[in-house]
Ligand binder design. Sequence first.
Ligand code: EPS
Length: 380
Amino acid sequence: LRYFTAGETHGKCLTVIIEGMPSGVEISLDEINEQLAKRQQGYGRGGRMKIEKDTAEILSGVRGGVTLGSPIAIKIENRDWANWESIMGTETANNEKSVECPRPGHADLTGGMKYNHRDLRNVLERASARETAARVAVGALVRQVLKPFGIEFLSHVKRIGEVEDTADFTAADFFEKVKNSPVGFGDENAAQKAMEYIDKIKASGESVGGIVETIVKGVPAGLGSYVHYDRKLDANLAFGVMSVQAIKGVEIGMGFGVSEIPGSKVHDEIEYSDDFHRLTNNAGGIEGGMSNGEPIIVKAAMKPIPTLYNPLRTVNIDDKSEHKATVERSDVCAVPACSVVVEAVIAFEIAKAFLDKFSGDCMADVKAYYDVYMNRIKNF
Ligand code: EPS
């Protein structure tokens, strides 16, 4: 399973091609569009989200709502293109919105040096997190392979700047509350504080990051492998999550916490009743690079978006004079959106590991392999 994305933030559209989906997967376009809409929401987003209404158009690889086994192409239009056509046209383009003052923290400067772009717009157009809309579409598509096997994905925001949501995600109504929270929190009081904090940050011309957490339930033991580095599930999850714009840290299970306490408090004791399971889940569902049957828990830290309305110091790349960084319309806080994106890239890595393990050209074969394997390990 693999995919490619293409598209500039103010270009005509985002395009993605997904290859390696088995045939016979029932596809709901509504489920893809639901995730795209979710990515657009959240307290602290900027003006662009008022322009866009992200919807996926499936161009190939699906017939009558069922995958054919051939590559699947998806298009997401940029409504803002109407305002940028003369600047971003592929045939003719003017320099009206050229960028010479790179934003600290963005790809602008190094990207310009590397690709020899004197107009740094050529860098930011592709480095922008707009590209994550395409990846959300991929995640929403491939998780439809996993759905019949009872694998589900849940995400929430754990922190926005100095405000932490300490509520327990195992509480019965936690994710119902998350769904209705403008900041993706499970605790309403903490959510209120987070929104006030975002208002304060916005008023001071700042931006803010946070921590998001994804929980994957129903993953069978044995995805990934201990035998080779590039087959380790945790390594591939970390790769996928780190590849999301603005992510600076990834933790699995207890994460960095494992460095602070003794082994007996870290490792999850094993019990047998009907099947093997762990008494705790500090490992976050992964041991030896393999899923162990417990929920997979991944946390990611997002840095504040580099575009500041009260910009930082930088240098004009043409005359080398001291300047304030370019102010490009942006979001004050995109952490709730980031939780949707992180969930999507995790869905892709889990689907990839699942189809590596239960490889088949059609869903009937995938299901047959799955059943044989599950039966065997049940009697282990
Ligand atoms: C984004 C669209 C972009 C940015 C944001 C993500 O739209 P525009 O640049 O037109 O405002 O809001 O991109 C960034 C945060 C960034 O640093 O580039 C989106 O669709 O998510």
